[in-house]
Design a protein around this ligand. Sequence first.
Ligand SMILES: *[C@@H]1O[C@H](CO)[C@@H](O)[C@H](O)[C@H]1NC(C)=O
Ligand SMILES: *[C@@H]1O[C@H](CO)[C@@H](O)[C@H](O)[C@H]1NC(C)=O
Ligand SMILES: *[C@@H]1O[C@H](CO)[C@@H](O)[C@H](O)[C@H]1NC(C)=O
Ligand SMILES: *[C@@H]1O[C@H](CO)[C@@H](O)[C@H](O)[C@H]1NC(C)=O
Ligand SMILES: *[C@@H]1O[C@H](CO)[C@@H](O)[C@H](O)[C@H]1NC(C)=O
Ligand SMILES: *[C@@H]1O[C@H](CO)[C@@H](O)[C@H](O)[C@H]1NC(C)=O
Ligand SMILES: *[C@@H]1O[C@H](CO)[C@@H](O)[C@H](O)[C@H]1NC(C)=O
Ligand SMILES: *[C@@H]1O[C@H](CO)[C@@H](O)[C@H](O)[C@H]1NC(C)=O
Length: 433
Amino acid sequence: MKTTTRLLDLTAAMVLLVYAGLSPPIVSGDPGRRVSMTLVRGAAALGAFCLDGSLPAYHLDRGFGAGSDNWLLQFEGGGWCNDVPSCRDRSKTHRGSTRFMTKTAVFTGILSNNASLNPDFYNWNKVRLRYCDGASFAGDTQVGNGTSMLYFRGQRIWNAIILDLLPKGLAKADKALLTGCSAGGLSTFLHCDNFTSYLPKTADVKCMSDAGFFLDAIDVASNRTMRHFYNQLVSLQGVQKNLDPNCTRAFYPEPSLCFFPQYALRFIKTPMFILNSAYDVFQFHHGLVPPSADPTGRWNRCKLNVTACNPHQLDALQGFRTDMLGALMNFFRNSTRGGMFINSCFDHCQSALQETWLSPTSPRIHNMTIANTVGDWYFGRGEDVKEIDCPYPCDKTCHNLIPASTTDSLAPNAPDRKSLGTGSQVFQNDLIS
Ligand SMILES: *[C@@H]1O[C@H](CO)[C@@H](O)[C@H](O)[C@H]1NC(C)=O
Ligand SMILES: *[C@@H]1O[C@H](CO)[C@@H](O)[C@H](O)[C@H]1NC(C)=O
Ligand SMILES: *[C@@H]1O[C@H](CO)[C@@H](O)[C@H](O)[C@H]1NC(C)=O
Ligand SMILES: *[C@@H]1O[C@H](CO)[C@@H](O)[C@H](O)[C@H]1NC(C)=O
Ligand SMILES: *[C@@H]1O[C@H](CO)[C@@H](O)[C@H](O)[C@H]1NC(C)=O
Ligand SMILES: *[C@@H]1O[C@H](CO)[C@@H](O)[C@H](O)[C@H]1NC(C)=O
Ligand SMILES: *[C@@H]1O[C@H](CO)[C@@H](O)[C@H](O)[C@H]1NC(C)=O
Ligand SMILES: *[C@@H]1O[C@H](CO)[C@@H](O)[C@H](O)[C@H]1NC(C)=O
């Protein structure tokens, strides 16, 4: 699998070369606010540790004015690890240990405190939950050999952070929104109803998943790569007991399917908003065309630039979109309090970046930005806030750039390349945000 890793690194390098000079002029000019990290001191007593045993952490930016009693919590994303070697590698990086994390976070997009950049949530209390467990905050077990221990304690981290925030004002929240992107967008589905259970009965609680609707896709080699990966992950990290019991009962004897939002969705009682691209780049690269399904690299050019895709490849991408809309159809038709924004841009994570959340050139459907659509849904402005874009290439508001996070593995604090050996590593090493 060494070759796979190298290939992906090469891919990342190419992305840098191709896109570095070509970014469109869509910068908002807002540098974002730098917010410092809070370690959760009480976590140790709850057995809530990052993979390496370090304390978990979050970043809190206090609300003000009319937003003082409103809370927005955002799960950080960053892929997953599904076996001991890949989790051990991760435990030595910022994705598995607060010891290696940057101690400040930049708050932009839905976390911005500038009213003109984030009109509906700018004055709320905003929290970024750092991700260091490798299982979307949902595992609960540990493995060790006597000398070294790996902690799979995501569910306890979630619990410990909530318990830490309750006395800081969350316990008397008036309005609340749980959100997150990528692996954090998946966490949003998994923890939405649990979040509600901690807040006052009178509070207005909702959840918004960004790029977290990971499909139970069949890849271009007819394999269920994602299902296989999640199955291993759920089993390794002891996730099953934290999945919705009504869902796992309904999906017996394959309870790990409830890790997929498309199966868990109908059991969630809290109002949900689903923000996703129908051609989500992470899912394109790892669910539809994982490296194992394209050993000869026929998809390499198409993966980097959709205009290089041949008709057969475009058909596969349109099929993926059709499958995603199919998985959402019940929600689209039947959910009365839900909302959605399923656009057709090649992208991954659109709420945390100012350029895609709200800017003069941000993606739109029916001339609606993501920020306006999410705000309308949250505050009940407008009837049925469910936007579905026409298929590629009709949407002229897309930039269709492989997001900068693809280059993540080349970041200065990226782990040593040599330690990234297994196939499963692609999920944490490539295209993460
Ligand atoms: C808010 O953002 C706008 C648009 O980028 C900018 O003109 C303004 O100076 C910002 N306000 C503050 C207080 O930073
Ligand atoms: C336990 O695991 C650590 C980490 O992989 C390894 O360095 C150590 O040699 C192992 N110890 C035993 C007794 O297997
Ligand atoms: C929420 O999750 C915590 C563990 O993280 C658990 O102790 C609690 O019972 C859950 N609440 C509900 C209502 O399921
Ligand atoms: C399971 O479903 C029942 C019946 O709809 C409901 O009363 C119960 O709250 C659900 N349990 C959970 C944990 O959501
Ligand atoms: C399908 O997945 C299985 C199990 O991961 C693997 O052994 C097989 O080679 C895969 N087939 C293709 C065509 O990728
Ligand atoms: C994608 O490829 C097309 C031609 O195939 C080219 O015109 C375009 O500039 C490329 N886009 C990027 C961002 O490189
Ligand atoms: C919507 O709900 C109805 C009644 O519960 C159900 O029969 C139907 O299958 C659901 N799905 C769709 C797509 O209408
Ligand atoms: C789209 O919305 C902008 C304001 O956000 C407005 O200026 C513009 O006229 C609208 N365009 C159309 C076609 O409605």
